[in-house]
Every structure is written in C-alpha cells, then in structure tokens.
Design a protein around this ligand. Sequence first.
Ligand SMILES: Cc1ncc(COP(=O)(O)O)c(C=O)c1O
Length: 396
Amino acid sequence: MQKYSDRVNRLSFSQTFVMSNKVREMKARGIDVISLTLGEPDFDVPHNIKEAAFEAINNNFSHYSPVPGFLDLREAICGKLKRDNSLEYLPSQICVSNGAKQAILNVLAAVINDGDEVILPAPFWVSYDEMVKMMGGTSVFIETSIETDFKMTAEQFENAITPKTKVLLYSSPCNPSGSFYTHEELEQIANVVAKYPQITIISDEIYEYINYDGKHTSIAEFPQVYEQTAVINGMSKAFAMTGWRIGYSACPEWLAKGCEKIQGQMTSGANTMAQKASVTALKTDPAEYRYMIDEFRKRRDLVYGLMKEIPGFRVNYPEAAFYFFPDISFYIGKTLNGTIINDADDFAMFLLDHAHVGAVGGVSFGNPNCIRFSYAASEKDLKEAMRRIRECLEKY
Ligand SMILES: Cc1ncc(COP(=O)(O)O)c(C=O)c1O
C-alpha cells in the first residue's frame, strides 16, 4: 500500500546525488571513474577554525544554543556583512541554521502559501525547485542561455511577475553556471522588485568569496529592497566546511522571527561547536583563506583551456564558483554508440559509461542543453577527465 504523503511524492531525489551514487557503484566494481559531480571544496578546514572547535568542546559548549544561534556568532555575522558588503544588520535579524540549505527553506516556509509562485531564473541550484514544491509553492522558470552568460534581464523578470508571485530566488555567484550578477544588473532587478511589495528576494550568496574577476554585490545593498531581501550565506564553500552545517539568513526583523519560529519547531539551534568555530572563521581576515580561491582560479583556467578543445562543447568562461556549464546541444538528437541522446542527462550518463567521467546533466538545473562539471578536484584528475572526454567524443 502507498504510504507516502503527497509532499514526498512531489519530490525527486537530487540528480547530483543520483550521479554521485552511480559513480560510487562503478568504483566499487573496480572501474576507474573520475567524479566531477559534487559541489564541495576539496580542501581541509583551515587550522585555526579546527582549533576553535576543539576549544569549544573543551569549554563544554555542548548544550542547546538559542534557536537563531549564539549571540557572538550572530554579532560576527553582522560584522562580516558590514565588512564585506557594507550592510547593516542587528543580531536580531540573523538566523543561524544547519547550512544555507535550511536557511533558504526557513525563509520559503515563512513566506509562501500553497499555490504561491516563486520565480527561479534558470539554470538554478537543483534544490530550489524541490524546496518550493515541498512548501506547496509553484516555481516559475525564466529561461536563459550561454549567449547571455546564463543571466536573466530585469525585463524578463518583470514579465514573469503575476499577482501570485511571492519570491524571487537565485544564487549569485550561480551554481551551476559560475556567472554572477553585476552591481548594475542587480540594481535594475532591485528597481523592479521595489514596485512589488509582496515579493521577497532570497539572495543566495554562498559562493560570494569564490569570485575571481569582479566585486561581489548583494542585492540587499540597494536601499529600495533592503526590507524585502533575505541574504543567505554560510560556511560550506568559503571555508571548506560543508560537513559542519552552518549557514545563515539576514532578513528584516519580522522575517527573521518567522525563520526562528519554523526552525525552533524543526531542528532547534545549529551544532554548537561548529557555531563557535564559525565565529573564528568569520572574524579572520578573508585574505588568510585566499589560497583556496587562488587554487580554484588556476583550475578554472586549466579546465577552460582544455574544455574548449572538446568537440561539440560550447564553453562559458565562469567568473565565480567552481563549476563549468558547457552547452552540449550539438549532441542532442544524435545517436552515440547506439545510445540516443535526448537531453543533457542522457549525455552525462553517456560520458559516465564511455569516458568514465562523472558530471551532472542540466535537466534538474532547469537547462536540458548543458551539463555541469565541478572543478573542485585535483589538477591531475581534471586534466585526465578532459582528456578522456575529448578522446571519447572525437569519434563522433
Ligand atoms: C547555490 C547553493 N546554495 C546553497 C547550498 C547549500 O549550502 P549548505 O552546505 O550551507 O547547506 C549549495 C550547496 O551546494 C549551493 O550550491
């Protein structure tokens, strides 16, 4: 007998995990697979952050924390937002969560009702659409392509707004495209949002520090939308702390209270030792951790050079995050080695089976013409992966 709720039946497993599980199975069968599927830095957590966690354990920070996080962490987050983004927040506007993922869910849960619309510029992070479904909302997608660097215009955005629109949700820098919105582009989007007071912007800035060529702008910097914006950020990508599960939202006070209410009934305050370690991470000069970004930049340039040589790939030059999102529409509709390629997911599966390189098809990112490669991997693996793909596809 079917036991699942409608809520669970609405959801899909993340394509990223589907592909990485398949890679794991192949590896277990002894196949030499290079996985470029997962979105996490391959660095160790910096030493001073680990030391702070040990100290927190020794000092017995082992009890429940306040639901929105320890006050010193919320103060450190306010300090970071001021230092890096010129944004003024009070600790009462911050809610610390189990990763940015929960922070986004909290905000969605706090503002959308069944049937409300959430605008998602595509490509988007795979979890957004699923989170919207979980909360009973409906996603409205805005298509973009490699020609526009995968970014929507303010005009496209305004055309997608209806009386049911409650949220605009995007990541800048973007997973999966590696693009980011400039100050001018965000200003135009902010000017549109300001005309619609029912809209909340969820601005996911988790890749803020992994930005090679430009200055990061948070849309909350535009005063006309400060009161309508939830800034999302966290420790996972900037400090290679994916498993420590600390993220946060910075919101107008009423929304922060809503997040606290939801989180208080769901999971309570986030892990206490990781919270204490995060205070140290956020108070350290970001220049101390710059070596990770410099390394990512080197790999970006390496992969860009090699990927451009792969037949049938159209490659964007990602300015941020650690992903490539090449357009592989050249192969769609073709039969490769007896396999019909209907979309980018079929193509990703083909590459896994025939080149033994794991990547994620773009369908669940909202773009069936592109596939995502993470370059959070060693130079050796990146070179070998690009060689395998080129050799595999040269035959076609
Ligand atoms: C765009 C984006 N937002 C949020 C997250 C989740 O971050 P966290 O590990 O803090 O939950 C990810 C992780 O891949 C991401 O790519």
